[in-house]
Design a binder for this molecule. Sequence first.
Ligand code: ACO
Length: 323
Amino acid sequence: MAYRSRIIGTGSHLPDKVLTNADMAKLVDTTDEWIVERTGIRQRHIAKEGETTSVLAFQAAENALEMAGVTAHDIDLVIVATTTPDNTFPSTATKVQAMLGMENGAAFDVQAVCSGFVYALATADNFIRSGQVKHALVIGAEVFSRIVDWADRSTCVLFGDGAGAVVLKSVEAEEGEQVGILSTHLHSDGKLRDLLYTDGGPGTNSTVGHVRMLGRELFRHAVNNLASVVDEALEANGLKAEDISWLVPHQANKRILDGTARKLGMGEDRVVVTVDRHANTSAASVPLALDEAVRDGRIKPGDLVLMEAMGGGLTWGAALVRW
Ligand code: ACO
């Protein structure tokens, strides 16, 4: 017998305030047409003052715990994937742990920008596989609106705020049996860190910095890296693209989503898309999309779900899950 991670609850939370493309056009020299044609984004949610990453993360966590039918006291590991922590330290995860009233377990943050949720899921899965953890809470939460340069039209139109969470439960499975998270695959290439970065940091110039991006080059790497990590995940499990019930991709750009789906030969009817309403919420985008598709009944027990993401670092990864 072996330990496997089953996702028993999902949750998400978006700030109430919505900024449409028409609203963006009042802030910078852009148009709804340009944004929709290049990215598929129509609107994004923006956190209000005091609505920090931990506030969004806590709400998403509560929703996931409710669906899972467990309490915070059952959780022995909390991982928050974020690029926009409430403070440089301590971790946002410890803040969420306190907000949930947890008195046990360990909590820490994972930083892999837009790939953060997949990295955090892989980390939690490995804790469960080793037998160290029985229930894990994995959260992706961001207030990217606080680190974009609102005078730079080439980046500020792309991002939004939000949070998503999952509860993992350790279950016993026969060796080779397809239960829960089948495998996770992580990659990074630090040589490409200048394609997407902030021009500040606590250890560099004591500031947070703003997002800077070489969009065209990033686009090329995104489509290639995502296609290769998806192939890797399928091959590792002896599965084919046609076996995938739902692709739940990182929501950076509709054209990147379409490019990956096309390479897999998957129709739009099997791809979960939220980028039009959420924009790019970095580490929150995959669990936000996942929660939407679970709650509206698209993802059902027995489905094969493939999550993938790419972000600054560069980092990229995938997780294949039997629901
Ligand atoms: N409104 C109007 N015009 C704009 C805007 C805007 N918001 N932003 C840039 N432009 C202009 C540029 O100034 C440029 O004008 P010029 O030709 O006069 O110089 C023109 O539009 C074309 O700019 P490009 O940057 O070449 O446009 P491109 O077609 O590459 O689209 C985009 C830009 C959407 C950012 C695209 O490169 C992209 O999606 N890249 C991937 C980046 C991404 O998704 N990053 C998210 C994080 S990484 C990840 O999650 C995978």
